[in-house]
Design a protein around this ligand. Structure first.
Ligand code: F6P
Length: 324
């Protein structure tokens, strides 16, 4: 292995830059060349490659977004697109690939590595934290802190006006952002796709809660089966005509901003481990951290949507107990 390619793909996540920096620095440390690939698999297919050096990753550890840019590529979903991508790698003498992203990224990487027997190692970079084989993904910690900061502000105004706020957070297929940030803000209820609480369950929760409480916060994951904050709002407005209800969709602010120290360190550790993994012959795997130890998990296992440890009855009970 003489030249490692690196790309970011799918939704960006705070800490992706720290991960790129770690990959580049580790590669240089081990006397390798590094090729940056722009706009994820889209740039891979079209040959948007740049040479990277020590300086190209200076002063980026603290920056949100990704200097390599990112995309969701339709071309790479086709065999023709992947053949083109493979040809580009050969043309640019790239011997192995490090991909930073989430489940879509690893689904593509899994196909690519098996079809072309090309070494690929992944780094979990997604705010959703919905991958197996790592306790935390890069970006999750920053995102939940962004949510907590935003909802603390909402709580101030909710309290002043005696209002109920329904706050929608990201997580198309996963309620982990909602669950952790909901506990962090002291939400009265949390709706997540995995728990199936439904609107009836939510109504029961609100009815059994304290009547004298001035403000109420309901955190809803975007992927919840009720269909997001506006649908939940419609139902609650009918059921509780006396509540003054407002809706707030936090949206993409959750994906931006300076990465937290936790995310920077996780990304740095994963970046170095990915390069060392490639050199040790690892392929078709994602780097992760489980109980503080670095582990490699096969892509096909990493992307399985097994409910994460937190979406367990014990965590849901925690929410119930604390929302009294
Ligand atoms: O996967 C990360 C994520 O932020 C999800 O939580 C969210 O559903 C999705 O990306 C939004 O994607 P887009 O940026 O395409 O709107």
């Amino acid at each position: 292995i003489k030249n490692i390619g690196v790309l970011t793909s799918g939704g960006d996540a705070p800490g992706m830059n720290a991960a790129i920096r770690a990959v580049v620095r580790a590669a240089i440390y081990y006397d390798l060349q590094v090729t940056g690939i722009l706009r994820g698999y889209e740039g891979l297919v079209h040959g948007d490659f740049i040479e990277m050096n020590r300086k190209s990753v200076a002063n980026i550890i603290q920056r949100g977004g990704t200097i390599l840019k990112t995309a969701r590529s339709d071309a790479f979903r086709t065999m023709e697109g992947r053949e083109q991508a493979h040809a580009q790698l050969l043309k640019h003498n790239v011997d192995a690939l490090i991909v930073i992203g989430g489940d879509g990224t690893f689904t593509g990487a899994n196909l690519f590595t098996s079809e072309f027997d090309f070494p690929v190692v992944g780094l979990p970079g997604t705010i959703d934290n919905d991958l197996q084989g790592t306790d935390f993904t890069i970006g999750y910690d920053t995102a939940i802190n962004t949510v907590v900061n935003a909802v603390d502000k909402i709580r101030d105004t909710a309290e002043s006006h005696d209002r109920l706020f329904i706050v929608e957070v990201m997580g198309r297929d996963s309620g982990l952002i909602a669950l952790r940030s909901g506990i962090g803000v002291g939400a009265e209820a949390i709706l997540i796709p995995e728990a199936n609480m439904g609107v009836e369950g939510l109504i029961t929760r609100l009815e059994s809660g304290r009547k004298d409480k001035a403000s109420k916060i309901v955190v809803v994951a975007e992927g919840d089966e009720v269909g997001g904050a506006f649908n939940v709002g419609e139902v609650l407005k009918k059921k509780f005509p006396n509540y003054d209800i407002r809706i707030s969709v936090l949206g993409h602010i959750q994906r931006g901003g300076k990465p937290s120290c936790m995310d920077r360190v996780l990304a740095s550790r994963f970046g170095v481990a990915a390069v060392e993994g490639v050199l040790a012959g690892q392929s078709g795997v994602m780097v992760g951290q489980v109980n503080r130890e670095l582990v490699f998990t096969r892509f096909d296992h990493a992307i399985k949507h097994i409910d994460a440890q937190e979406v367990s009855p014990a965590w849901l009970k925690l929410v119930e107990i604390l929302s009294l």
